[in-house]
Design a protein around this ligand. Structure first.
Ligand SMILES: NC(=O)c1ccc[n+]([C@@H]2O[C@H](COP(=O)([O-])OP(=O)(O)OC[C@H]3O[C@@H](n4cnc5c(N)ncnc54)[C@H](OP(=O)(O)O)[C@@H]3O)[C@@H](O)[C@H]2O)c1
Length: 425
């Protein structure tokens, strides 16, 4: 077995493989022997639980060795991870990876290569860290029809939004605190702009709907423009703001969509109670109904648990001469863009405080065939504000409505537009 990467996750995997070697041998039916660990830099101060002679900076030579039958890829990113995973499969190794970026970008090539080689490519750690969600979607629910998957799949953004909710902090203040506490990277772009969640949404939608969905199919908006006022407004309505990955199927089952954006959800929705850096995935399926998977979505130790679960499974398969269930994309459903997504909007408008404003605003909604669920007027004079919550409509119709509202002379500003999840408002 070869390990690629000895960072936050890789070093923990190495530690557990070493500490639990005897127990894992019992579970697998054979000893898991680590024959090499690839790293980027040949630092002399690196602490290892294994013989340092196993370290190498030549990952390609390691994965193409004849005696490596399982490769654990924990480098991350696209290259050289992609070339290494493909070479490992082509040379007869099964692969376990936690690399969501790679899977969301090029799963077609990766799974085709694994199929052609007759080897496993397992990736439980790629979505929501320790939480078992890939295997439940791929195996446990494979006799059911998944209709919808909603996920809080990025701990950094959940930590920031939770801090904004509980303390009234601005986005910048909450981000700075997350960075100080180690919940956000120095460069937080991948998390706060939703790239990480979008990769996971692509993986979840592909699994749930048996249709190839890549990161390019996923509409993505991050949380950097969420304001303290929007969080307060959500609170007034009995909601919290969450960054959700939303994977949907159309009512006729012919099309699917995947998107990531901030959403107001009612406080009694199970996902509303997911606090701090925790993750959760909410699945709706025809027969099982509603299921929620909850737990730590990142961190060396939790992620290593998911990696080791895959390692034991693929090692057992190697002994039995079989592979696990292959990736199924036979449904080939049409993948819709954001314009076709059905959603609801919460819109706050700064308006002139005079007669006829409400009628003009209502007309803009009616002309775009968007029906209004509730309207509330707040403040007077220069502070007059209208808050409108819509019923479900296509995102395209809602965007057209907002553009039309911006052009109305009595609308001074459209100060907030946020999607709403759930019909209960
Ligand atoms: N961290 C988490 O909480 C978490 C959660 C879920 C999934 N994941 C996924 O797990 C993977 C690993 O994440 P991580 O946080 O452990 O990353 P990390 O701490 O940055 O570690 C990356 C490791 O890869 C090594 N590496 C980089 N380039 C290499 C190359 N060209 N050849 C060989 N080794 C190379 C690095 O070597 P050096 O030690 O020499 O720098 C380092 O040991 C990623 O795909 C990530 O998305 C992570």
């Amino acid at each position: 077995m070869a390990l690629l990467g000895h960072g936050a996750v890789g070093s923990e995997v190495a530690r557990l493989l070493t500490r639990d070697a005897d127990e894992l041998a019992q579970r697998v039916g054979a000893r898991l022997e680590l024959v090499g660990v690839a790293v980027n830099s040949a630092r002399s101060d690196r602490e290892t639980v294994f013989d340092p002679a196993l370290l190498t900076t030549d990952a390609m030579s390691l994965v193409t060795r004849g005696d490596v039958d399982v490769v654990i890829e924990l480098i991350g990113g696209i290259e050289p991870a992609r070339s290494l995973v493909l070479a490992a499969l082509e040379h007869g190794a099964s692969v376990v990876t936690g690399n969501k970026a790679l899977l969301a970008e090029d799963s077609t090539t990766l799974f085709a290569t694994a199929d052609a080689a007759g080897r496993d490519l397992s990736y439980e750690a790629a979505v929501a860290g320790a939480i078992p969600i890939v295997r439940p979607l791929r195996e446990s629910l494979t006799g059911d029809h998944v209709r919808r998957v909603l996920g809080i799949v990025n701990g950094t953004t959940n930590f920031i939004l939770d801090a904004m909710t509980s303390t009234g902090q601005s986005f910048d203040e909450a981000l700075a605190e997350a960075q100080r506490l180690g919940f956000a990277e120095a460069d937080p772009t991948a998390d706060v702009e939703g790239f990480d969640a979008a990769a996971k949404a692509a993986i979840l939608a592909s699994l749930a709907f048996h249709t190839r969905v890549t990161i390019d199919d996923v509409h993505r908006e991050g949380i950097s423009s969420v304001t303290a006022a929007e969080i307060a407004s959500a609170d007034d309505m009995g909601c919290v703001v969450k960054l959700l990955a939303i994977c949907d199927q159309s009512s006729d089952g012919q099309a699917v969509s995947a998107r990531v954006h901030p959403v107001m959800i009612p406080k009694d929705h199970p996902l509303a109670s997911v606090r701090g850096a925790y993750n959760a995935v909410f699945v709706e399926s025809e027969s099982a109904g509603q299921l929620m998977f909850y737990g730590p979505g990142a961190g060396g130790s939790p992620t290593a648990s998911a990696v080791l679960g895959d390692v034991v499974a693929v090692a057992r398969n190697r002994l039995l001469g079989v592979t696990g269930p292959p990736e199924r994309t036979h449904a080939r459903r049409r993948v819709l863009g954001i314009g076709d997504a059905l959603t609801r909007y919460h819109i706050a408008l700064d308006v002139d405080d005079k007669a006829g404003v409400l009628a003009s605003v209502a007309l803009a909604f009616a002309e775009n065939e968007v029906s209004i669920s509730a309207v509330q007027q707040e403040g007077h004079g220069d502070d007059a504000q209208l808050v409108v919550i819509t019923h479900t409509a296509t995102d395209a119709a809602l965007s057209r409505t907002v553009r039309q509202l911006r052009d109305l002379p009595m609308v001074r500003d459209v100060s907030s537009v946020m999607r709403v999840e759930g019909e209960g408002l």
